[in-house]
Design a protein around this ligand. Structure first.
Ligand code: UPG
Length: 449
């Protein structure tokens, strides 16, 4: 097995997780233990011209350790071009720059990288010499942990590619990695009291003076940005109140017992889901982490995969992960704020990417992507478009116009020409082989017109 350098804190976190896994702990949260969350502060009620004092003490942290595996990628998803040739990471850089100009805040941009994403991402940051802030590094590295054989929970051996014996431990690693890397102390020593942490593919999570001001006034150690759930969000984790002590908790689908499946999916009862944008008070986080030796004991997520994700016949392994948002149950007094959907624009699939690249969105001067139609069309691309590479080949001229579409469903293998317009509930049916959508064609309910 390839040796890896891992901090003492990370070893301890992994040791405890392994013990729980071996005991078969499930970390289920029963509906009977929970109350719904009914009343939250809302960004809409805050003063949009809030003072920028708290933002001036805030660092922007992007979770950048994951590979875009859901889109068949083996590098950081944040490097995918989204608009006008600019990647998620470049849009983030522009957002930070704009917020600095508007507010005068120093706003360092710090990436949490994994060993697989570091080099490429730092190369992009290096192209922006105005970006670094004195005394703050551009990134810190998250830990890595052994993949475990599904039968025995022993570390897997994979001499064909020893790098594949290791994986990142999920974004819940943020806390031990902030501590072990020294980034937590570095930020505090440079005068930063708060951090806004978000997914690197969420271009909606721009720096906000109003939320920073609200968070500083709340005195809470941690706040989660949540959105109102709709029927389409039934799968995502939801916020709830723990009956025993009134603490906010996050319940993910994996933590729901089968008999509670209906309650979990009830978006009128459990009305808010986690956008995975968190605000942290670094002083309070530091004191809790130090008290607990860096081990927060976050609920485990057990992921079963094959050691080589591209080879379904390779041995089955377990990857133990934790989620950053589940720390809401650990920090006493943690809170949440309701934000509009504009702060949540995730790209989990090529369907999401096509929509963001299309004229259904406009790039604003401050590098946010705003929808120009309501509701947005529902895009469902079939299996031919699942990986980023396959998707790019089939849209060589960029996205078609989706402004006049209610939905676009593509069942067959269609390659789009230039200037294509999609209207109404458009359908491109199954095809025996590859088919073109000609330049300047209109696609509607009856296919290509
Ligand atoms: N990431 C890391 N390190 C890891 C794993 C992931 O930095 O070890 C990053 C990844 O690059 C991405 C972010 O974390 O930027 C989120 O990861 P992703 O796999 O895209 O999201 P999920 O873990 O599926 O879901 C998270 C929350 C969930 C929330 C959702 C919103 O756990 O509660 O609803 O984000 O998109």
């Amino acid at each position: 097995m390839r040796a890896a350098r891992v901090s003492d804190v990370a070893v301890e976190v992994f040791r405890q997780a392994w013990t729980e896994l071996a005991r078969g702990d499930t970390g289920t949260l029963a509906e009977t233990q929970l109350e719904p969350v009914t009343d939250l502060d809302s960004l809409q009620d805050l003063d949009p011209d809030a003072e920028a004092r708290a933002l001036g003490r805030t660092a922007v942290v992007k979770l950048n350790g994951g590979l875009g595996t859901s889109m068949g990628m083996d590098r950081a998803k944040s490097l995918v071009p989204v608009r006008e040739g600019r990647s998620f990471l470049e849009l983030t850089i522009d957002q930070v720059r704009h917020a600095r100009e508007r507010s005068g805040a120093r706003l360092p941009l710090v990436l949490m990288n994994s060993f697989r994403t570091r080099e490429d991402s730092l190369a992009v940051l290096a192209e922006h010499p105005d970006l670094p802030v004195d005394g703050v590094d551009a990134d810190f590295l998250q830990s890595q942990e052994p993949k475990l054989l599904a039968g025995t929970l022993a570390p897997v051996q994979w001499p064909a590619d020893p790098d594949l014996e290791w994986c990142p431990p999920g974004h819940g690693d943020l806390y031990p990695a902030l501590l072990a890397s020294g980034m937590l102390e570095q930020l505090r020593a440079a005068g930063f009291r708060y951090a806004m942490v978000s997914n690197s593919d969420n271009v909606g999570a721009a720096p906000s003076a109003a939320i920073a001001d609200w968070f500083a006034r709340s005195g809470a150690p941690l706040a989660m940005e949540v959105c109102r759930r709709t029927a389409a969000d039934r799968k995502g984790g939801h916020l709830a109140v723990r009956r025993s002590d009134g603490q906010l908790v996050l319940r993910e689908k994996a933590q729901t017992a089968p008999e509670d499946a209906d309650a979990f999916a009830d978006v009128d009862r459990h009305r808010f889901f986690n956008t995975n944008t968190l605000w942290l008070d670094l002083d309070q986080v530091a004191s809790v982490l130090k008290e607990r030796g860096g081990v927060l004991g976050l609920p485990l997520i057990r992921n079963e995969k094959t050691v080589d994700p591209t080879d379904p016949t390779s041995p089955r392994v377990v990857q133990v992960e934790t989620a950053m948002g589940s720390a809401i149950e650990v920090f006493e007094g943690a809170t949440a704020i309701e934000v509009p959907r504009t702060r949540f624009r995730p790209v989990k699939t090529t369907d999401d990417l096509l929509l963001l690249r299309s004229d259904a969105f406009e790039l604003t001067d401050d590098a946010r992507l705003e929808p120009v139609v309501d509701p947005l069309p529902l895009v469902t691309l079939g299996e031919h478009y699942r990986t980023l590479a396959a998707f790019e080949c089939r849209f060589p001229h960029g996205a078609p116009s989706l402004r006049e579409a209610s939905s676009l469903t593509v069942e067959g293998d269609w390659t789009f020409g230039a200037g294509v317009r999609v209207v109404g509930d458009a359908l491109l049916g199954a095809t025996p082989g590859a088919r073109p959508v000609p330049d300047d064609a209109t696609v509607g309910p009856d296919g290509v017109a």
